[in-house]
Structures are given as structure tokens and as C-alpha cells.
Design a protein around this ligand. Structure first.
Ligand SMILES: CC(C)(COP(=O)(O)OP(=O)(O)OC[C@H]1O[C@@H](n2cnc3c(N)ncnc32)[C@H](O)[C@@H]1OP(=O)(O)O)[C@@H](O)C(=O)NCCC(=O)NCCS
Length: 221
């Protein structure tokens, strides 16, 4: 089971309502106001989903300040209770300008990664550097998507895959390879066939809505 949500900040994005003091000080590393706001929005969305998940399973009622979302050394979000107990959840966050995407699943299902990007042209050099020859052929062969849409969807799958690996861009994006984008209803999540280094079982989905592309990748060794 994967829970996901995307959203923009409402007028009441008050950190005091959902962050603990230790979490607020973590956010101080993001000095740029726009990036700080993205971080805050990602945290708000993550906590909303965590509360939804916990309240659907447990006898007690959870609130956002019962949960801490930390940052791993590599930058990945990690969820635990305020008393320090890991929540056994794989959590991933992405943002673009004033929009954030967040998803989570039980940790025993695998490692989850999500990504969100605006659809825009990419240079031939970008394609040469980050896409395999087979991926460039796949982009050219897409019938239901423009080249810009397909290129951005594959980039989202790569960044979601890098987050599922927990490495970020330390792993070369060419190592996350998309073999197929299954067509499906426009604007909905549709499956993709993706390989990730070191992951035997990989499930992936992509979505194009308006000028945005999104991807989710779930990998298990
Ligand atoms: C994770 C990565 C792929 C970032 O992706 P991005 O598209 O720049 O940014 P996104 O908004 O989609 O993702 C950022 C979120 O990824 C998550 N993240 C960061 N490092 C991560 C890691 N090692 N593993 C899993 N998740 C990670 C964090 O939740 C972060 O948001 P937060 O700091 O507010 O919590 C990362 O590798 C990175 O370092 N990017 C640098 C950006 C860059 O150099 N881009 C050049 C493109 S050619």
C-alpha cells in the first residue's frame, strides 16, 4: 500500500502547529526563503500522510507533533515517533516551486522514491549525458507523449529511483533505466518498467498532469 499526496501551501502553513523545536532548527539549514518554504511544505505533507497512516492502524489518535521527520546524513527524510521509535515507514518528498509531492509505504514493502518536475525542453547534451541509448530510442518512439513530456517523465523516474536508492545524484542517473512506459488514462498514475542497481524487485509509476510530470519508484533488494 502506498499513500501519496501533492499540495500547495495554504495560508495557515504555521510551523508551530506541526513541527517540534528540534525539527524547526533542522530547517534553518535552508537559508533561501523559497527553499525553506519548500522544505516546510514537504514536512507538512509528510506529517499529514503519516498521521493518516497511523490513525488508520492504531488504537490511539496521532497528531503531527507526535511524529518527527528527520533528515538522514544523505538528505533522505526519516520518520520516527517524538519519543524516538522508528515508524517502519519509507517516506519520500519532492518539490517544485510552490508544489510538493510526498508518498510513503510500510518499510517492509521496499524503499520508496518520488519526484516532481515541470515539463520543459532538455538540451541534446542533457540527453547524451543522463539517458541511455535505449532510453533515447524509447523517448523517440512514444506515441501518446511529446518528446518534452517523455524526457521529463524519464528524468522523474531517474530522480525517484535515486531517492529509492537513498543515494541522490551520487549514483549516475544512467544507472536508473526505464524500459517501458505503459500507456493509460491521461493525468493518472500509469506503470513503468524500470531497473535500479542492486534492486531485484522494482515497481514504478508515472503521471503527466498539466505542465507537470511525477514519478514513484519502489525498490526492494
Ligand atoms: C535527491 C536529489 C535527486 C534531489 O532532487 P531534486 O529534483 O533536486 O529535488 P526534489 O525537490 O525532487 O527533492 C528534494 C528532496 O529529496 C529528498 N532527498 C534528498 N536527498 C535524498 C537522498 N539521498 N535519498 C532520498 N531522498 C533524498 C529530501 O526529502 C529533499 O527534500 P527536503 O530536503 O525538503 O526534505 C538529489 O540527488 C540531489 O542532490 N539533487 C541535487 C540537485 C541537482 O544537482 N540537480 C542537477 C540536475 S542535473
Amino acid at each position: 500500500m502506498i499513500l501519496w499526496s501533492s499540495g500547495r501551501p495554504g495560508p495557515g502553513l504555521d510551523p508551530g502547529l506541526f513541527l517540534l523545536p528540534g525539527e524547526r532548527s533542522q530547517g534553518e539549514r535552508y537559508r533561501h526563503p523559497g527553499r525553506h518554504r519548500q522544505w516546510l511544505l514537504g514536512r507538512a505533507l509528510a506529517k499529514q500522510l503519516l498521521v493518516e497512516l497511523l490513525n488508520s492502524h492504531n488504537g490511539r489518535t496521532w497528531s503531527p507533533r507526535d511524529i518527527v521527520v528527520e533528515r538522514s546524513e544523505q538528505g533522505a527524510p526519516l520518520a520516527r515517533t517524538a519519543s524516538g521509535r522508528p515508524l517502519g515507514v519509507s517516506l519520500s518528498i519532492s518539490h517544485h516551486q510552490e508544489l510538493a509531492l510526498c508518498a510513503l509505504c510500510p518499510e517492509d514493502a521496499g524503499h520508496l522514491g518520488v519526484d516532481l518536475e515541470r515539463i520543459e525542453p532538455r538540451s541534446p547534451a542533457f540527453l547524451e549525458d543522463y539517458y541511455t541509448p535505449a532510453e533515447r530510442r524509447l523517448i523517440a518512439a512514444q506515441e501518446g507523449l511529446s518528446a518534452e513530456q517523455a524526457t521529463t517523465v524519464l528524468w522523474c523516474l531517474k530522480e525517484a529511483g535515486l531517492k529509492a536508492l537513498g543515494t541522490g545524484l551520487k549514483v549516475n542517473p544512467t544507472r536508473i533505466e526505464t524500459h517501458e512506459l505503459e500507456p493509460g488514462p491521461p493525468g493518472e498514475w500509469n506503470p513503468a518498467r524500470v531497473s535500479l542497481p542492486g534492486m531485484e524487485r522494482v515497481l514504478a509509476w508515472w503521471r503527466v498532469r498539466d505542465d507537470l510530470a511525477m514519478a514513484m519508484v519502489l525498490g526492494a533488494p
